[in-house]
Design a protein around this ligand. Structure first.
Ligand code: CO
Length: 136
């Protein structure tokens, strides 16, 4: 069902410092910061030949990554995102298997303008999973 690894998201306490670390120490191509108010994060995209790293930092009140950064003050891996061809079919299959789709169980529009859902870490080896629907 899942396809390519779309991105790994890393929550960071200092977005500028993290972007500089990836650009200067690791020699990666990084984007300008992009605010995503609907998701409560500002993101810097790190382009890799085969995938992306997304550096995420809280934006506004009640950011969904605020608690994560309180528990992980130096930052840490927040979620991994896998591509799926049909997100509605993926949700049906996972819910039929008893898995928890976070939120109201319906896709929202993610950082790339495509439908996404998140799956509860307790069901997946302690890892928060994002599924993103991409055209096949
Ligand atoms: Co993501």
């Amino acid at each position: 069902m899942i396809g390519k690894l779309n991105h790994v998201a890393i929550a960071v306490p200092d977005l500028g410092a993290a972007a500089a670390l990836y650009a200067d120490s690791l020699g990666a191509t990084v984007s300008a910061p992009k605010p995503l108010p609907d998701q409560g994060v500002t993101t810097v995209f790190v382009e890799l030949p085969n995938s992306k790293i997304e550096l995420i930092h809280p934006l506004g009140e009640d950011s969904p990554i605020e608690n994560f950064l309180e528990r992980n003050p130096r930052g840490g891996i927040h979620h991994v995102c896998y591509e799926v061809g049909d997100i509605a079919a993926a949700i049906d299959r996972l819910q039929a298997d008893g898995m928890t789709v976070l939120g109201d169980g319906n896709p929202s529009i993610g950082a790339h303008g495509l439908p996404v859902v998140f799956l509860h870490p307790r069901d997946f080896c302690g890892t928060l999973i994002e599924l993103e629907e991409v055209a096949a």
